[in-house]
Design a binder for this molecule. Structure first.
Ligand code: BES
Ligand code: MN
Ligand code: ZN
Length: 494
């Protein structure tokens, strides 16, 4: 467990293993930013080190210097802030990235003080959040502990911001980072260990002792309840599907919001089998459900004044003698029929059932999040998520993302694409025109939203980081979407 502290003392006098200060890039040179507490001689020796070591101040660049007598900490760590940023959201994301780069680089260190340039409580919160996000280590089950580096033990945020606002900002950073870490853990867990029933069990354990209630529908209840999408996708697996309903309903709730997450614990493609390479990362196909679970937990921890219902649509998509066939027709809850022309377009089938179940309760806002289409990654890459839906809701999600330090880009749902889902054998097919595949999937989902205000988040690219770690984003599960959803719920409650 990491301890997070706030300090308004002189950072130079804090005992620690390392003191982190920021270095801004100014074109050809690099300048220390926000470390006025350094004595004149200390500043001069840092400036000398910057020149001698060729420090540029590029985002996330880490330079360690023995602190000598300059400060009480043993090590002085210079972290690159990149160039100056005017806009406050941008400035805070710059702080998150710098702080996260530092904790990631300092894994194994006991006590680290962060003295980055903060203008007020929200900036201090951003430093804390970034530091915690970068301080993630997946505790691999079965691995001897000495093979894993420990995360930083104590993170101390040195800032002039103090009082309730600063304390609240830090508490919020801690809740948010815990939520992100929770998603990363679930996504990183191998699919032999995480399957629909075990996911539901983990959700049940996680909500114990909170104000969240949980209801789990098993495979029999799903069939009886007319959940033909989840049942159809799950029928090929030895490990049957589940639908989890989580409810956080505070007395003073202003609005009622339903969150729906795609929870395919492994997506082999089913009988429309994926090629081996494409399957390697498909344990991450439950990242949407994980984001929903941890957003509901965060909402409860923050005591947000909004009622939140979370739906986890859990199934394993496997080929077998019992698997659904391309051209099977299934009936989604509520009665619409779907011809399953491609069993690899399974996410929209489980989401359709869950969206209908969620909309039956008439929430004020419906939001789904899913690793839905490879086309999402083709369109926007591995860092930027897509948001579709009704106009106002699409905007509120994109704006919440900017405040939270995530990137969600608005995408259209062109009516013209609906015709490509037509089929003579059912109300609609589960695949349509190949071009604009992300939008086609969105158009499919729209059919099951009951005309409610709705946003659809496709995180296929950004949910899992196949490349190297960067700033506060580790390899593997990233936790994409949680911070946006928590910020969205917070904004609704404000
Ligand atoms: N889970 C995949 C989408 C995906 C792909 C997520 C790559 C993350 C990385 C989804 O179930 C899928 O297989 N979609 C198909 C849909 C197609 C058959 C219409 C796709 O995108 O190829
Ligand atoms: Mn698939
Ligand atoms: Zn999938």
């Amino acid at each position: 467990m990491t301890t997070l502290n706030l300090s308004s003392k002189d950072p130079a006098r804090l005992a620690a293993d390392a003191l982190v200060i920021g270095v801004r890039s100014d074109g050809a040179s690099a300048t220390v930013e926000g470390a006025d507490f350094l004595s004149r001689s200390a500043s001069e020796s840092v400036a000398r080190a910057i020149t001698l070591l060729g420090v540029t101040g590029d985002t996330g660049q880490i330079t360690r210097i023995p602190a000598g007598d300059a400060v009480k900490a043993d090590l002085l760590v210079l972290v690159g802030l990149g160039s100056a940023v005017e806009d406050p959201d941008g400035r805070r994301e710059r702080l998150r990235r710098a702080a996260g780069s530092a904790t990631a680089a300092l894994a194994g260190t006991g006590h680290v003080v962060f003295a980055l340039p903060t203008e007020g409580a929200q900036d201090a919160g951003a430093v804390a959040e970034g530091a915690l996000l970068g301080n993630y280590v997946y505790d691999r089950p079965g691995t001897t502990k000495d093979k894993i580096k420990n995360p930083v033990g104590t993170i101390e945020i040195a800032t002039a911001a103090r009082g309730k606002a600063a304390k609240d900002a830090l508490a919020r950073a801690e809740v948010t980072a815990n939520a992100v870490h929770g998603v990363r853990d679930l996504v990183n867990t191998s699919p032999n260990l995480l399957y629909p029933a075990s996911f539901a069990d983990r959700a049940a354990k996680a909500v114990k002792g909170t104000k969240i209630s949980i209801k789990v529908l098993d495979e029999k209840q799903l069939l009886d309840g007319g959940y033909g999408g989840i049942s159809g996708v799950g029928q090929g697996s030895q490990r049957p599907p589940r639908l989890v309903r989580l409810s956080y309903s505070p007395a003073r709730a202003k609005r009622k919001i339903a969150l729906v997450g795609k929870g395919i614990t492994f997506d082999s493609g089913g009988l429309s089998l994926k090629p081996p390479k494409s399957m390697e990362t498909m344990k991450s196909d439950m990242a949407g459900a994980a984001a929903v679970l941890h957003t509901v937990l965060a909402a409860a921890a923050l005591e947000l004044p909004v009622a939140v219902t979370g739906w986890l649509a859990l199934a394993e998509n496997m080929p077998s003698a019992a698997a659904q066939r391309p051209s099977d027709v299934v009936t989604i809850r509520g009665g619409k029929t779907v011809e399953v022309l491609n069993t690899d377009a399974e996410g929209r089938l489980v989401l359709a059932d869950a969206l209908v179940a969620a909309s039956e309760e008439k929430p004020d806002l419906l939001v789904d999040i899913a690793t839905l289409t490879g086309a999402q990654a083709v369109a926007l890459g591995n860092q930027v998520g897509a948001v579709m839906g009704t106009d106002a809701e699409r905007s509120s999600v994109a704006e919440a993302a900017t405040r939270a330090g995530e990137q969600f880009w608005p995408m259209p749902l062109p009516e013209e694409l609906r015709a490509s889902l037509n089929t003579p054998t059912a109300d609609l097919a589960n695949i349509g025109e190949r071009m604009g595949g992300m939008l086609v999937a969105g158009i499919f989902l729209k059919e099951f939203t009951g005309g409610l205000p709705w946003a659809h988040l496709d995180i296929a690219g950004p949910a899992f980081n196949e490349g190297g770690a960067r700033h506060y984003v580790p390899k593997g599960g990233t936790g994409m979407g949680v911070r946006t959803l928590v910020e969205l719920l917070s904004a609704v409650g404000r």
